[in-house]
Design a binder for this molecule. Structure first.
Ligand SMILES: Nc1ncnc2c1ncn2[C@@H]1O[C@H](COP(=O)(O)OP(=O)(O)OP(=O)(O)O)[C@@H](O)[C@H]1O
Ligand SMILES: [Mg+2]
Length: 254
């Protein structure tokens, strides 16, 4: 029998005033699984991700971690349960260097209470080089770094702090092909380590390649769910556009 999912969202709704951003969505992520979340602009993907990462509470519905109900009041609550988020416009502080970003909000201190910059630099460098042996010049402000390097910092940080579920909202939206390939390789490594990944993307081809399961939202509703290996790009695109699976009897095409 399969184990509990790492996280499970049950019948989640979220309203913003009169806007029904989510209308009863169920979503689970298992260990070592990449779940892709697809859908048109405004479908509710980011809101769902933000609920899971503690940015907003749901209007109704339940979140479970390891089968037990949880209530997140902030992203730190979610983090304490091992749920981290990486955005493309990454929440990195531009004027700080990689070690400072790595330990942002979790700074290491000496026994006298001072920032332990040396130990933070060593630990951050070790984690970054472990992830990418070519990562150099770690002491530069991160604003001088490429999108791929910024991602690497965020991902190394998540691994270092024992992330269990990593939410990636459009992680490659602003990256070139080379960096996109690097992020894809990182996703596979994280999955192999047993981390559950919720990947939001518009790139159906990338999603087919990287994910195990594909979940499609439309107008705040879950309209389709398939295993990537049992589906193809056409079927997924069809679910995104029409809000349902392609049926053989759909008669308006050859
Ligand atoms: N803070 C907010 N206040 C009011 N409405 C919001 C807020 N956040 C999202 N919405 C609305 O909720 C709906 C879903 O938005 P969401 O950002 O989840 O879409 P998305 O699927 O991530 O789209 P995209 O692909 O463009 O990123 C939209 O109608 C959006 O306008
Ligand atoms: Mg979005």
């Amino acid at each position: 029998m399969a184990a509990n999912p790492l996280v499970e969202m049950v019948n989640i709704t979220r309203n913003f005033g009169g806007v029904h951003a989510l209308k009863g969505v169920d979503l689970s992520v298992f260990a070592g699984e990449v779940v892709a979340l697809l859908g048109h602009n405004g479908a509710g993907k980011s809101v769902l991700a933000q609920i899971l990462s503690g940015v907003y509470p749901p209007t109704s519905g339940e979140i479970k971690v390891d089968g037990s109900p949880v209530h997140f009041h902030s992203p730190n609550d979610a983090r304490r349960h091992g749920i981290e988020t990486i955005y493309q416009t990454l929440a990195l502080a531009d004027n700080l260097d990689a070690p400072s970003n790595f330990f942002l909000g979790r700074e290491l201190r000496t026994s006298l209470g001072f920032l332990d910059k040396r130990r933070m630099a060593e630990e951050a460098a070790a984690a970054l080089v472990d992830l990418n042996p070519n990562f150099t010049d770690i002491e530069r402000p991160v604003r001088q770094m490429s999108g791929g390097q910024r991602q690497a910092i965020a991902i190394a940080r998540a691994i270092h702090f024992n992330v269990r579920v990593l939410i990636m909202d459009e992680p490659t939206a602003a990256l070139g092909p080379h960096e996109t390939a690097q992020v894809a390789a990182l996703i596979q490594r994280l999955r192999d380590q047993g981390i559950g990944i919720l990947l939001i993307s518009h790139d159906v081809r990338d999603v087919m390649r990287l994910s195990d399961r594909i979940v499609v939202l439309k107008n705040g509703e879950l309209v389709g769910e398939v295993r990537a290996e049992e589906s193809d790009e056409d079927e997924v695109v069809e679910m995104i556009i029409r809000g349902r699976k392609l049926a053989p009897a759909d008669g308006d095409g050859p």
